[in-house]
Ligand binder design. Structure first.
Ligand code: HEC
Length: 136
């Protein structure tokens, strides 16, 4: 069966992520785990730039940028971080084409959605467990 376009984009984007971004970025929710050079990107979509409370190494430029990480701004960032923050420490080999950048943005969006539904199901399970054991 043929994949929906967004699914195949996200799959291609995950390959670009592994090649170009994963040396510095993890895909989990926040930076409380193992330290990495860049902030984690697991819930990046819909977040404000420079707003991971557990990441302490943001540049001044990104801290003051106050952009929303929607598709457009992620696209601009991956094209060139200087579109959003001058002198950012996010440095990577440019992707070959706009369609690769688009795929990578699709991947980051799908990843955020998947992580939110995972978190929501953990909250529901946690709630059910505490009800079952009589805890409040
Ligand atoms: C050499 C390490 C490195 C690589 C490779 C890298 N980044 Fe980054 N990234 C960083 C650092 C460090 C920051 C924080 C930048 C700052 O504060 O200026 C960052 C910040 C970001 C942010 C902003 C996060 C926030 O919390 O606002 C996004 C989005 C991002 N990177 C995406 C990517 C993507 C997508 C790739 C791959 C195409 C990539 N990065 C590759 C190091 C890296």
């Amino acid at each position: 069966m043929a994949d929906l376009p967004s699914d195949s984009s996200a799959r291609a984007g995950s390959t670009h992520f592994m090649q170009q971004c994963s040396s510095c970025h993890r895909l989990d929710y926040d930076s409380r785990g193992q330290p990495s050079r860049g902030p984690p990107l697991g819930l990046i979509f819909g977040r404000l730039s420079g707003s991971d409370l557990h990441y302490s190494k943001y540049s001044e430029g990104l801290l003051h940028s106050a952009e929303l990480w929607n598709s457009r701004n992620l696209f601009r960032w991956v094209k060139n971080p200087a579109h959003i923050a001058l002198k950012s420490n996010c440095k990577f080999e440019p992707l070959d084409s706009d369609s690769q950048v688009f795929d990578l943005v699709c991947f980051l969006k799908e990843l955020t959605l998947a992580n939110y539904s995972l978190i929501r199901s953990m909250v529901v399970v946690g709630h059910a467990e505490s009800e079952a054991s009589g805890r409040q």
